[in-house]
Design a protein around this ligand. Structure first.
Ligand code: S3P
Length: 436
């Protein structure tokens, strides 16, 4: 049902809080434990629409997955060769990660499958996935527009490849990695800039063998992965909304506990620090195959910067909320080489530019970036373009807007951060929700 957020300014926000589990790690935990041998528990799994779409798909592929009383999940792995032919089309909903990673895995199975998604996912580019998989011998077809539905048929053989990534994308890399688990020889993937390595970390944690030398990721196929328990850290991409909310509000102080701090995910934090944000990390520790820590944030005076291009991949999901920080910073923030933002759940450069214009924030759009001049943000009625991160970004902007911020079509917030409304209200956001 269509839903809106109505946000009015608050004096300050404060508290010590957790955010839900990391979306990328939740997807991968479900996928990799499903194809491991034995039984593994996942604690802290993100129960969002996107991750639940992955979970339902593995149930359709014959994997038994139970939710326990303590909210953990038990996955009864089927091994690399134990998945079953699904009776129906596999619906990935809004989730690009589900669709792209599953293309790799399903290309190597001895049964046919069809992947579908919602309107937004059905317009996102999938040739970037089908083309390397075809080079590996997969029998995979997108629509004539290069989008889903995607039809996958069994292929004679999946062969190893050496692949130079044309785009910085962890989803493409992970899709190739999943297929290459079924090849006889080593596959090498050469990245221009390293992207998030959760797939590699979890595979190695489960007894696989993936190396990374100077941006070359080499997959040494193994006969089996062995199930282990996985704890999912808090999602840095969700934490970023609270962090920016705290930075732009007066007299505010927040601690976010147990957040995943993989070095390939913290570009957003680094960019905010370059802008002058007072952010400190404490209690840094290893957490299974990942690292976690607490993030301590205080209200800060922010300055506009030219965002270094080598930080884009590790901050890729954080730009909508970084643009809100830039709107309240002194001076101009400049971003280029970020055309990928046009291919997310919405065209995020366009969606943010339109929303900021309505809030009377001066900005100029480029094909691969944006210039934003900081100023005073006015309340406005904002189109979220049904994109969770656009909706949450403008809700946070409402903390300091002159007048009410109304955000339309916020239902999709549940794809990544189902507790956003409650959690932000608890720390002091003046937020209401209206179902129309
Ligand atoms: C993701 C990778 C990124 C990111 C997405 C999650 C992942 O996409 O935007 O939200 O879990 O691998 P790309 O690989 O397309 O950059």
């Amino acid at each position: 049902m269509p839903e809106q957020f109505i946000v009015n300014p608050s004096d300050s926000i404060s508290g010590i809080t957790h955010v839900p589990g990391d979306k990328s790690i939740s997807h991968r935990s479900l996928i990799l434990l499903s194809i491991s041998e034995g039984v593994g528990n996942i604690t802290g799994l993100l129960e969002s629409d996107d991750c639940l779409a992955t979970l339902e798909i593995f149930k359709m592929l014959g994997v038994v997955i139970n939710r326990n009383k303590d909210n953990s999940y038990t996955v009864h792995g089927k091994g690399l060769y134990g998945l079953l032919k699904p009776k129906n089309k596999l619906n990935c909903g809004n989730s690009g990660t589900s669709m792209r990673l599953l293309c790799g895995l399903l290309s190597a199975q001895n049964f046919s499958s069809e992947l579908i998604g919602d309107d937004s996912l059905s317009s996102r580019p999938m040739e970037r996935i089908s083309s390397p998989l075809t080079l590996m011998g997969a029998n995979i077809k997108t629509s004539s527009k290069g989008t889903s539905p995607i039809i996958i048929k069994p292929s004679k053989k999946i062969s190893a490849i050496e692949y130079k990534m044309p785009i910085d994308s962890a989803q493409i890399k992970s899709s190739i990695i999943l297929a290459s688990l079924y090849a006889r020889d080593n596959t090498s993937i050469i990245e221009n800039i390293s992207t998030r390595d959760h797939t590699e970390n979890i595979i190695n944690f489960l007894g696989g063998n993936i190396e990374n030398n100077n941006n070359m990721v080499t997959v040494n196929p193994r006969n089996a992965l062995l199930s282990k328990d996985i704890d999912v850290p808090g999602d840095i991409s969700s934490a970023m909304f609270i962090i920016v909310g705290c930075l732009i509000s007066k007299n505010s102080k927040i601690t976010l506990k147990n957040i995943g701090l993989n070095k390939l995910r913290i570009g957003g934090l680094e960019i905010l620090k370059m802008m002058g944000a007072e952010i400190e990390i404490s209690n840094l520790k290893n957490y299974g195959p990942e690292q976690v820590g607490d993030i301590n944030v205080k209200s800060s005076k922010l300055n506009g910067i030219k965002i270094p291009s080598n930080y884009i991949a590790s901050a890729i999901d954080e730009f909508p909320i970084i643009f809100i920080a830039a709107s309240l910073a002194e001076g101009k923030t400049i971003l280029r080489n970020a055309e990928e933002l046009r291919h997310k759940e919405s065209d995020r450069l366009y969606a943010m530019s339109e929303g900021l214009k309505k809030c009377k924030i001066e900005n100029k759009l480029y094909h691969d970036g944006i210039d934003i001049t900081g100023g005073k943000i006015s309340g406005a009625v904002i189109d979220s373009f049904s994109d969770h991160r656009i909706a949450m970004s403008f809700a946070i902007a409402g903390l300091v807007s002159k007048g009410t911020m109304t955000i339309m079509n916020t239902e999709n917030v549940s794809t990544s951060f189902p507790d956003f409304f409650k959690l932000t209200k608890d720390i002091g956001l003046n937020i209401d929700r209206r179902v129309i």
